[in-house]
Design a protein around this ligand. Structure first.
Ligand SMILES: Cc1cc2nc3c(=O)[nH]c(=O)nc-3n(C[C@H](O)[C@H](O)[C@H](O)COP(=O)(O)O)c2cc1C
Ligand code: SF4
Ligand code: SF4
Length: 259
C-alpha cells in the first residue's frame, strides 16, 4: 500500500495543503509536484494504493495542463482523495471536474475537500490561509479518509456526490488578463525561466512574458530573488481592490465523504 501525493503548486499553498493531508494519512509513499515537467510522468496504480490529488482552482476549474495530464494516470479501482485549494472566491466545478476525469481513468473517489489559501494573483485575499483552523480541518479530513481507505466495505458500490454543475465547459476559462513581467530590478539570473511551466518567459530577456502562453500561476514571482517579477499592469491595483471587496468574507473548508 502506497500513498501517491500528486499536486500542482506554483506559489506553494496547494503544496502546504497536500503535505498536511498526506502527513496525517499515515501511509508512506511518493510526492509529485506537476509544476515541474520532470514530475509529470505516466503512472499506473493498484487497488491497494491511495491517490491524493490536490489542485489549485483556476477560474473554477483545475489548471488546464493538469486536466490534460490526468490522461497519463491509470488506476485499477484505485481509491482516490481529491482536494481543491482556492483563494477565497469559490471552487465552483473543480471538484466535480477532478472526480469526472479521475474516475474516467479507473480511480474511485472516496472523499473530497475544498480548502482555503491565499489568492495567488491577489495575495491580500485569503491572506495567511491556510491558517491553524484550516490545518485542523485538513487533519480531520485525513483521519476520515484513512478510515474510509481502511474499510472498503463502507463505500464499495457507492458514489460520492460533490458540488458542481454537470455539463460544465472546462474550456470556458480563458485565463485572467494579468500576466507577471520583470522590472528594472531584474538581474537576468534566469530562475523565473527555469520554473515557468509554460515556457512563457523570454530566454534572452526575462523581463518579457509571452501573454499568450502565461497562465498567471505566479511561480516566477515566488522564485524571483529581487522582486522584479510581478503584476505591473496599470489595471491591476483597481482590479485587486474590487476583488478584495468582493471576496472579503472568511470562507471555511468543506469536506465530502462517500459513506
Ligand atoms: C489563473 C488563476 C485563477 C484563479 N481562479 C480562482 C478561482 O476561480 N477561485 C478562487 O477562489 N481562487 C482562484 N485562484 C486562486 C488560487 O486558486 C489559489 O491562490 C491557490 O491557492 C493557488 O495555489 P498555489 O499557491 O499552490 O499556486 C486563481 C489563481 C489563478 C492563478
Ligand atoms: S528571477 Fe527575477 S531577477 Fe531573475 S531573471 Fe527572472 S525577473 Fe530577472
Ligand atoms: S510567466 Fe506566467 S506561466 Fe510562467 S511562471 Fe510566470 S505566471 Fe506562471
Amino acid at each position: 500500500m502506497t500513498l501517491h501525493n500528486i499536486y500542482f503548486s506554483a506559489k506553494g499553498t496547494t503544496r502546504i495543503c497536500a503535505e498536511c493531508i498526506a502527513s496525517h494519512l499515515g501511509i508512506s509513499g511518493d510526492e509529485h509536484n506537476w509544476l515541474n515537467p520532470s514530475q509529470r510522468n505516466p503512472m499506473e496504480f493498484s487497488a491497494d494504493d491511495l491517490l491524493l490529488f490536490s489542485m489549485p482552482v483556476y477560474g473554477g476549474f483545475i489548471p488546464r495542463l493538469c486536466a490534460d495530464q490526468i490522461s497519463g494516470l491509470t488506476g485499477h479501482g484505485t481509491p482516490a482523495v481529491i482536494a481543491a485549494v482556492y483563494g477565497n472566491r469559490h471552487y465552483d466545478n473543480s471538484l466535480l471536474q477532478m472526480k469526472d476525469l479521475l474516475e474516467s481513468r479507473g480511480f474511485k473517489i472516496i472523499a473530497a475537500g475544498a480548502f482555503l489559501a491565499e489568492h495567488s494573483i491577489f495575495p491580500t485575499v485569503g491572506a495567511g490561509r491556510p491558517d491553524e483552523k484550516d490545518k485542523a480541518a485538513m487533519v480531520n479530513f485525513a483521519a476520515e479518509c484513512r478510515r474510509l481507505f481502511d474499510h472498503p466495505d463502507l463505500w464499495r458500490g457507492k458514489d460520492l456526490q460533490v458540488p458542481g454543475t454537470p455539463g460544465y465547459d472546462a474550456l470556458s476559462f480563458k485565463g485572467v488578463p494579468f500576466k507577471p513581467d520583470g522590472d528594472e530590478h531584474c538581474t537576468g539570473c534566469g530562475q523565473c525561466i527555469k520554473v515557468c511551466p509554460q515556457n512563457a518567459i523570454c530566454r534572452s530577456d526575462p523581463h518579457i512574458t509571452d501573454s499568450s502562453l502565461c497562465i498567471s500561476c505566479g511561480a516566477c514571482i515566488s522564485v524571483c530573488p529581487t522582486g522584479a517579477r510581478n503584476y505591473h499592469q496599470d489595471a491591476y491595483p483597481a482590479a485587486k481592490a474590487a476583488f478584495e471587496a468582493k471576496c472579503a468574507a472568511y470562507r471555511t473548508p468543506e469536506t465530502f465523504y462517500i459513506a
